[in-house]
Design a binder for this molecule. Sequence first.
Ligand code: ADP
Length: 376
Amino acid sequence: MKEGISTQVRPQTLDELVGMDHNVNIIKYEIGGSQALGEPLNSYMLVGPPGTGKSTIATLISSMTKRPNGMNSEVHKYLGSDIKEPDDLYDIARNAEDGDVVYVEEAHSIGGGGRKKSEVQAILLEWIENHQILNGASFGLINAPKVCFLFPTTNPGRLASPLRNRCKMLHTHFYKLDDMKEIITRALTKVGIDSNQQEDALTLLAKSSRGTPRTAIMHRIDALRKVMAVDNLSFNLASVDLSLKIHNINEWGLEANDIKYCHAIHRIMLESNGRPVGKNTIRNILGIEPDMIDVIEQYLQQISAIAIDTRGRRLTDFGCRLINVEPIEVSEFVTNIVNPQTRITTEETKESILELIQNGCSTMKEIMPQIGMRYP
Ligand code: ADP
């Protein structure tokens, strides 16, 4: 049996990474620089939405690094939740050698949730900074292998700041339409599909891939290939359109969960004169994990279907169009509360505010109650 599609299309060199010139440059100089200076590589935090290239970067970094004896580096992969005790770190240190890469997903779970957390983190920080680790048997510090730690995360805010401060950052983002088209064209070529002269089909495939290479490769292209194989179709707008319809995905790549989310916000806003919706409210209604909500919101925000500020999330007019509902009428009262500085709509309100300012009021906290609004 052949390899799965994700293995077939995975970039093998930095030059095959599309739309990442900035990171590619950093990686080339960081690795080349440490090798030229004979110093260990730094540790990095890889920050970005799921499926945008974090583990691809990790694999490429490890393919470019070497152990001091010239052998290829090994990548040791762990989950943060695998590292509960100081001894778990000690085991990792025993299995790794100078020049290796240690990739830890969900690093916020390192040390679990209990009292060991700060102890485990302190040992890890010492390892990253000084390449030393506490030896459980002798209770002393011993040399630890000089490894490059890579911590991929979709949400760096969840990681303790001492860890963030000891790592350099590499960011991945949602990709622009042209970059997505290039990633898709390359992937199609690798799996033997000629996309030449099929600009419309490529654009639809790219637009429906949510700016995310993994979605393009593992979902859109994979589904399309199967539709093409079963119905004996060639690559064109009709076959792409059919494969999206079969999976109930619209041209913007919205799936059932996104649509459900948008409808929920729409309904809550309608019931509250357009007031923005809190994260807990939406979470309780949809009954899905906060991490999943983050993933849904990241993309909906990216295409401006929702807007999020400190008061909550709102479905925009564009978001309403996407789910075929009328734009939500926001009452003047709520509009002013949502954004008091820029959305004072009536002349009467403006005049009252000017008068209050002339009389010495200088903050919204002082002004809003006096014009009948609740200060949040
Ligand atoms: P993450 O670790 O951020 O979840 P991955 O690195 O696993 O994402 O990427 C998912 C897939 O997308 C990979 O198999 C890779 O083939 C492809 N991919 C990601 N970024 C790029 C890129 N910049 N250029 C080409 N392909 C990419």
